[in-house]
Ligand binder design. Structure first.
Ligand code: NAP
Length: 278
């Protein structure tokens, strides 16, 4: 599993991690087994959120006894992101996750509370050791500029954004801004939530061909493309252990420049547009 620096002051973490949205819809034992299999295979970056409900409890169960192996991320919902609300939300997440700290804590998306309130809470949580770093999610460049002005340079570890082969809007300005400011990009819904290109489609055939030359799968090729350079990370969600194992395999797959160019052509970036989100 390839590792890469997470933010300007962060540590090196796995480029392929594990998402958990709707993981509670699967059979609980399967969800826990999938997360554990993923950790065994190096997908130690685990993403969750208070918004995902029971998922935090499932993650807590999956990482019991192995907290130190994991880079654990959770998120506060915007409606809770006042100064006091953020602290209270974090404490509830810690309880569900059965841990005393998060490696990174994010604002899930922008809401009505001023960023100054949320970041003041993040600073308090950091000072008390309840979070080790903080970041944002679904932030476009104007929001990132404002957040950096409020939080200070180097304080925003990551921006978690929608990024998959058929949705590459971040490449116009969000990705370059984050690369220039040493902010990690954590791409979410790498399989389009549940809309992976069909094998028989034009793009699907390109993925299959490249996969064939590596003894890999089309999904592994897609994930490898989505983490092809710093500061990119990806967090596929799998509630089936065999899916987790397949996804972890992408962490060792390196694509050539020619292969990257082929995928780039098959799944074009498209016109600049407002930051999409799920
Ligand atoms: P996703 O990872 O693009 O797709 C998940 C779907 O792909 C599930 O149905 C899963 O099936 C399936 N899958 C996974 N690996 C597979 C494999 N190897 N072969 C076949 N199918 C496979 O969708 P997502 O859950 O929307 O995104 C990933 C994570 O990003 C979320 O879980 C969440 O942590 C994060 N996220 C963040 C935001 C935000 O606003 N910050 C928004 C959306 C998502 P099984 O479950 O059956 O294995």
């Amino acid at each position: 599993m390839q590792h890469r620096r997470f933010g300007s002051a962060g540590r090196d973490i796995s480029v392929v991690g594990q998402g958990t949205w709707y993981i509670d819809r699967a059979h609980r034992a399967s969800a826990i087994a999938a997360l554990r299999r993923g950790i065994d295979l190096g997908m130690t970056h685990i993403d969750t959120a208070e918004y995902y409900g029971e998922a935090e409890n499932i993650v807590g169960e999956a990482i019991a006894g192995r907290r130190d192996e994991v880079f654990l991320v959770s998120k506060v919902m915007p409606q809770n992101a006042s100064r006091a609300g953020t602290i209270a939300a974090c404490e509830k997440s810690l309880k569900r996750l059965r841990t005393d700290h998060l490696d990174c804590y994010l604002l899930h998306w922008r809401g009505a509370y001023p960023l100054a309130e949320t970041f003041a809470a993040f600073a308090t949580l950091k000072a008390s050791g309840k979070i080790f770093s903080c970041g944002v999610s679904n932030f476009d460049v104007a929001d990132l500029e404002e957040a950096e002005a409020v939080a200070g340079k180097g304080e925003i570890a990551c921006n978690q954004v929608l990024y998959h082969l058929q949705e590459r809007a971040i490449e116009h300005s969000v990705l370059p801004w984050c690369a220039a400011h040493s902010v990690a990009i954590v791409g979410y819904s790498p399989f389009g939530h549940d809309d992976f290109p069909q094998a028989a489609s034009k793009g699907g055939r390109v993925l299959q061909e490249i996969a064939g030359t590596h003894g890999a799968t089309a999904r592994q090729v897609a994930l490898a493309f989505l983490v092809r350079a710093a500061p990119l990370f990806t967090i596929p969600k799998a509630s089936a252990p065999e899916h987790a194992a397949e996804n972890a395999g992408a962490g060792d797959l390196r694509l050539s420049e020619t292969e990257i160019a082929r995928i780039d052509t098959a799944f074009p970036v498209g016109r600049p547009r407002a930051l999409p989100m799920l």
